[in-house]
Design a protein around this ligand. Structure first.
Ligand code: 6PG
Length: 242
């Protein structure tokens, strides 16, 4: 497993690189097996998805993708808070992905039950490595507090859970979330952190330079067993790295 850090002038350049990465990985797969990708949420991916929909609409074989989510807020799919809604608006509604290839987390349902149901959905639809589902690519963001997916620093039980999905609580709002755990994320063939903006620079440096206390952060528990971890950063997010 290697950690590969790439810094880009801006989010468009980062998105272009990510699009090429996707294109190459998808085209390398035998057509019969769909490329499984777990999408991240929050605001960062919106610009990236918009770019992919605009500039990679024709060049990526979108019908070969099978979309999942690494986390979802426990809200209805039409909520402004919904990661699913954000992905539909910025990407899914604009490219040729069959509805049957979109496996959303049903945030509106009972959280503990949905965590179990979604775990089964992933087990049934994602190719296994050593008996566990291994996504071809797992997208992650990074919060200013070091959280990733919805694995928050104040919920260390989630770092070591043997379940693939758990219910988490957003510390400020108390909002319930369904989140993938490191035991699932770390199975992925490619783990890609996509981080932009000055506000993340301190946390990026703390994690990548292993500054004091970094090992207690959720992102420190993300280590790919079956591939590489990529950090795609814009200059602002990388501004404290050297
Ligand atoms: C979520 C995300 C979360 C996000 C980070 C960064 O559901 O909010 O999964 O982990 O990636 O909080 O969010 P921003 O991109 O909005 O800064």
């Amino acid at each position: 497993m290697e950690t590969i850090v790439k810094v880009f002038e801006n989010v468009d350049h980062l998105s272009a690189y990510f699009g090429e990465m996707l294109k190459q990985h998808i085209h390398a797969l035998p057509v019969k097996r769909g490329f499984t990708i777990s999408l991240s949420g929050g605001s960062t991916p919106r610009a990236i998805f918009n770019y992919l929909a605009k500039h990679f609409n024709e060049s990526i074989a979108w019908s070969n993708l099978r979309l999942f989510w690494g986390d979802e807020r426990c809200v209805t799919p039409d909520s402004q808070e919904s990661n699913y809604r954000m992905a539909v608006e910025s990407l899914i509604s604009r490219v040729a992905i069959p509805k049957s290839n979109v496996f959303r987390i049903e945030g509106e349902k009972n959280p503990p039950e949905q965590a179990k149901e979604y775990q089964q959905k992933v087990i049934q639809n994602v190719a296994m490595i050593n008996g566990r589902p291994a996504f071809d690519l797992f997208m992650l963001g990074l919060g200013e507090d070091g959280h990733t997916a919805s694995i928050f620093p104040n919920q260390p039980d989630l770092f070591v859970s043997e379940k693939l999905f758990e219910v988490a609580i957003q510390p400020e709002s108390g909002q319930q979330r369904i989140t993938a755990t490191p035991v699932l994320i770390n199975q992925s063939r490619n783990i890609v952190f996509l981080v932009t903006g000055e506000s993340k620079a301190g946390m990026v440096a703390r994690i990548l330079k292993k500054h004091e206390g970094w090992e207690h952060l959720p992102a420190a528990h993300i280590k790919s067993i079956n591939g590489n971890v990529y950090w795609l950063l814009d200059k602002a997010a990388a501004s404290k790295l050297n």
